[in-house]
Ligand binder design. Structure first.
Ligand code: ACO
Ligand code: ZN
Length: 226
């Protein structure tokens, strides 16, 4: 067995070493006041942001009666209380992925999908956008009369005026740490594919991921079957 000294040493390392919070997933150091404060703030904001008691008006796009969960869709021009929730979750996602604090880094014209568990908690979020605004992008030299796309003046895109079936861009996808690899990410993408465009399910291959993380790459590869 271990002697008393060793036990004290172990306890000390536990107390002063790096810890992973099993609720919010943050890695921090006990007894480091800055770390403790940062953790406390993130922990509280995570719990508050993920708490979801429901809205009077919800755009339910999918229900899973067996486990009492549902997916709702929020559009960028919905009432402020809905879009604020999406912005708050986006902030949490950014903090977890280590992105600098910033406002919505994606287009203002988005469709967000929230996965809500039976425990009234948001366990996943996916923010999707139309990549090319419904117009097929064609190379400049092929286009007979190139029209600069006014929505994307910062991008060197030219497009035809004839609308085509657009691809979907996944700006952000995130699942609560304790609920990963149980199919929530896949359920969110299933809803994106069937509800993003009215009238028609989008093929798995037509989904693109912006700047994926290692987790995101493995997940995307599996989901799109590429
Ligand atoms: N490692 C290996 N394979 C994985 C992983 C992983 N971390 N995550 C998912 N997969 C694969 C598995 O094959 C899985 O099937 P299986 O569990 O039956 O083996 C399959 O993808 C489907 O996984 P889901 O359970 O549907 O995915 P999950 O709910 O865990 O969500 C996600 C995946 C969103 C990437 C989650 O891990 C997460 O939130 N990570 C942190 C945030 C992040 O990195 N997001 C992606 C950023 S890129 C972007 O937003 C465009
Ligand atoms: Zn925590």
């Amino acid at each position: 067995g271990k002697n008393v000294e060793q036990l004290i040493l172990d306890a000390g390392q536990k107390k002063f070493g790096a810890t992973v919070c099993d609720v919010c997933g943050m890695v921090y150091t006990h007894a480091d006041p800055v770390d403790e404060t940062t953790h406390a703030k993130f922990h509280i904001s995570l719990i508050n942001t993920l708490k979801f008691t429901g809205w009077k008006k919800e755009r339910i796009v999918q229900e899973y009666p067996l486990d009492g969960s549902r997916i709702i869709m929020v559009l960028s021009d919905d009432p402020k209380y809905s879009t604020k929730k999406v912005a708050d979750i986006n902030k949490i996602m950014g903090q977890e992925l280590g992105f600098p604090e910033q406002a919505m880094s994606f287009h203002s014209n988005y469709k967000a999908f929230l996965y809500i568990s039976e425990e009234k908690t948001i366990e996943g979020c996916c923010i999707a956008e139309s990549i090319n605004e419904g117009f097929r992008v064609i190379p400049e030299q092929i286009s007979s009369a190139p029209i600069p796309n006014e929505c994307h003046q910062q991008r060197p895109w030219y497009c035809e005026t004839k609308a085509e079936k657009a691809d979907i861009g996944i700006s952000r996808i995130w699942v609560y740490k304790l609920a990963r690899q149980k199919g929530i990410g896949s359920r969110l993408l299933d809803s994106v594919r069937s509800c993003f465009h009215y009238g028609g399910v989008i093929d798995r291959k037509q989904i693109a991921f912006s700047d994926p993380t290692p987790d995101g790459k493995k997940f995307a590869t599996k989901y799109t079957g590429s």
